[in-house]
Design a protein around this ligand. Structure first.
Ligand code: ADP
Length: 392
């Protein structure tokens, strides 16, 4: 059985075709700059097929382009569209309506649209992507897998902001959390690896970064909030900051509130502090060349992760396993080392020599009571698994 996984952005469409028998991605790619001159990358095994300068006017045409490519003799992944058994869609926000993935009925689509104000930049694009796929593939089940639902088990005292209760009720103003598919995948891998549900702290560190506390297989807290701006310092996001700084910055810069929030999302974090880049590889190089601001940015990034690990260990009543995942978590030995140094009090014996040379894949970095692992994430596979579970 083959499942097509779709992640639609406002001008892009990422896809992966997954063979569920061995859970392998048999093709993946991205259509970018929909509506302008597109750049389309198809990837099958080690073979890249790129289409530059195509003008693809709509997401529906983008879906057709992807299917044509999958069917083409050059790419040759499927012989007929009927080989695609179901489509799984990444949806950013489930709000309080969805505590699980769902089949995308018209009723579900109405509820998804009802959460647009919680993710005004991403939810409309997700809806457009779903509609496009439903139009082109009307006869297969479509499922919605949300970034938020893994966090639906967080108790009220952890997801509430200390605002007037009526405002929480009227405006759904609360913490939701994101990166749920990644945290869910890692929790599942840990259960297999550790032989049961343990107390986990999962550090998903990519361009966006979040950390979650998982107990008994259920998420009990996470660092992102109403939006992905809260929590850890990230590539371009500030993470936690005194809310009153927004007003202060409006006064100082003349920016509107929206302008300051945009600044906090796009110009801060590793990029803003270092003045070099939001990308860890660039920072690593700059640190090697003696750039002290790049070094400061990375120390700040690591310090905040360490603080969250400590607070989540307290929330969990002790931690059995700390996991690093995401592009930085999986690849940045310097980050893991800076984060783990000084966490011996949690029962961690961190092996620096192993950390410096992991061999890829799942890798244990510790001895002692508390485990530390690198576990590569696979968000598309979670979406495909959830889709298969719901559709068949
Ligand atoms: P996204 O949140 O966009 O999915 P990723 O999970 O791909 O982000 O993570 C991107 C980050 O991971 C970047 O900061 C990048 O520098 C870092 N990264 C990716 N691959 C490597 C690598 N091989 N070595 C060091 N850092 C890496």
């Amino acid at each position: 059985m083959k499942i097509l996984v779709i992640n639609a952005g406002s001008s892009s469409l990422k896809y992966q075709l997954i063979e569920m028998e061995n859970e392998a991605a048999i093709a993946k790619g991205i259509v970018e700059r929909i509506g302008q001159k597109c750049s389309t990358l198809m990837h099958k095994g080690s073979k890249n097929v790129t289409f530059d300068d195509l003008v693809i006017p709509t997401h529906t045409e983008a879906v057709k382009t992807v299917l044509d490519a999958l069917l083409s003799s050059e790419y040759g992944v499927i012989k007929s569209v009927s080989e695609i058994s179901a489509v799984g869609h990444r949806v950013v926000h489930g709000g309080e309506d969805f505590s699980e993935s769902v089949l995308l009925t018209e009723e579900a689509m109405v509820k998804i649209a009802g959460n647009t104000d919680l993710a005004p930049l991403h939810q409309p694009a997700n809806i457009i992507g779903i509609r496009a796929c439903q139009a082109v593939m009307p006869n297969v089940p479509h499922a919605g897998i949300f970034d938020t639902t893994f966090h639906a088990t967080i108790p009220d005292y952890a997801y509430m902001y200390a605002v007037a209760y009526d405002d929480y009720k009227s405006y759904r103003l609360r913490r939701y959390g994101f990166h749920g598919t990644s945290h869910m995948f890692i929790a599942g891998e840990c259960k297999k690896l550790l032989g049961g549900d343990k107390n986990l702290v999962i550090c998903h560190l990519g361009n966006g970064a979040s950390i979650s506390a998982v107990k008994g297989g259920k998420c009990i807290d996470t660092s992102m909030g109403l939006t992905p701006l809260e929590g850890l310092m990230m590539g371009t996001r500030s993470g936690d900051i005194d809310t009153a700084a927004v007003d202060y910055l409006c006064d100082k810069t003349g920016l509107s509130v929206k302008g300051v929030i945009d600044y906090l999302n796009k110009k801060c974090g590793l990029l803003g502090v270092s003045g070099v880049s939001s990308d860890f590889r660039d920072l690593r190089k700059a640190i090697g060349e003696g750039n002290t601001r790049a070094d400061l940015a990375l120390w700040m990034f690591c310090y905040r992760i360490k603080k969250y690990i400590g607070s989540f260990a307290a929330a969990l009543g002790g931690v059995d396993c700390i996991v690093f995942t995401g592009g930085i978590g999986e690849n940045a030995a310097l980050v893991r080392q800076r984060v783990m140094t000084g966490l011996e009090y949690l029962g961690v014996t961190f092996k620096n020599e192993v950390n410096d040379n992991p061999s890829g894949g799942i890798y244990k970095l510790s001895s002692g009571k508390t485990d530390v692992y690198i576990i590569p994430t696979n968000e598309e596979l979670v979406i495909a698994r959830e889709t298969a579970r719901l559709a068949f």
